[in-house]
Design a protein around this ligand. Structure first.
Ligand code: NDP
Length: 283
């Protein structure tokens, strides 16, 4: 077989980038599947994003992830958006097509959905999303597009909470309602899926407590936390104690990586290999 010293190139543009473990997970998959491919973790300042995107295209990259603070700004640099990225208004995964044009996807919310669907159905569900930032927006839109009957959004900042609720009501088939969140949030009745999409619980504040009264938590509620580090958050520990099924934030992170690799290479990577690499990187 002829030698091939030219790798398929992918990567990430973010700032800060040093603590982003995605490279460990994606390159573990590339190695496992013996793919001659690399994932380059790049620190890119906002004023250099357009140059970085042009550079990726010029160097024949197959695609890249955009993380904070570029997920909204990158949209203006792309040729087209996948349908859910259009609704969300943010992109975390870009594909450089064969003709050099750029397609933006949002695999954050889709990754969350894949992790959730492994344990429960979404159609007809009543969902409570805590938070209304970028990640909450991605998860809430995907849940609503996947057939959740009602999406309740609780957020401290009323403007952001109401904006997400309006987006869901206008652009998805789901019912949507904003729940004001000042002091201790009381859980509404009949919630099938509770999602923490705030940044509460993220390292180094792993033991931080959400201002939510969990006394009303029923074992029938599935509790999901999107905090990837540490994966076993205080919310998930409390939910375990209440007899609920839980899913952690590593599932979302792994599955958005799976979707990215699939979009860039056509390969269906082994999610278990990726999760193990991620757990090792975060240990
Ligand atoms: P944003 O800054 O856009 O949003 C932060 C959200 O958290 C806001 O809704 C904010 O509310 C809320 N919040 C912050 N502090 C508190 C608090 N003390 N009590 C209640 N609400 C609070 O961040 P992102 O949406 O981009 O990210 C949120 C989290 O999601 C991060 O921790 C990130 O690690 C995680 N994430 C995980 C991914 C995964 O693959 N597992 C992927 C992407 C993100 P307010 O508007 O009132 O300020």
């Amino acid at each position: 077989m002829a030698a091939d010293f030219l790798s398929l190139l992918t990567g990430s543009f973010a700032r800060p980038a040093a603590e982003n473990p995605t490279v460990a997970m994606v390159e573990a998959a590339y190695r496992h599947h013996r793919l001659n491919a690399r994932y380059v973790n790049c620190e890119v300042a906002p004023e250099h994003l357009a140059d970085a995107v042009r550079g990726a295209r010029a160097m024949g990259w197959r695609g890249f992830n955009c993380s904070l603070p570029h997920k909204v700004a990158v949209v203006a640099l792309l040729d087209r958006l996948a349908p859910s990225a259009q609704v969300i208004g943010a992109v975390n995964c870009v594909v450089v097509e064969d003709d050099g044009t750029l397609t933006g996807h949002n695999t954050d919310g889709q990754g969350f959905l894949v992790a959730l669907r492994a344990v429960t159905g979404v159609a007809g569900a009543r969902v409570l999303v805590l938070g209304a930032g970028g990640a909450a927006r991605a998860c809430a839109v995907e849940l609503a597009l996947a057939g959740a009957a009602e999406v309740l959004v609780a957020n401290r900042d009323a403007g952001r909470g109401a904006a997400l609720t309006e987006l869901l009501a206008d652009r998805t088939p789901a019912q949507a309602r904003y729940l004001p969140w000042a002091g201790e949030l009381a859980l509404p009745d009949g919630v099938d899926v509770l999602v923490n999409a705030t940044s509460v619980g993220l390292h180094p504040d792993g033991d931080a407590r959400l201002a939510v009264d969990l006394a009303g938590l029923r074992p029938t509620t599935l509790v999901a936390d999107i905090i990837p580090n540490p994966p076993h958050t205080r919310l998930l520990r409390d939910a375990d104690a209440a007899g609920c099924r839980t899913i952690d934030g590593l599932g979302m992170l792994v599955n958005q990586g799976v979707l990215g690799i699939r979009l860039w290479t056509g390969l269906d990577p082994d999610a278990e290999v990726m999760r193990a690499a991620l757990e090792q990187a975060l240990a």
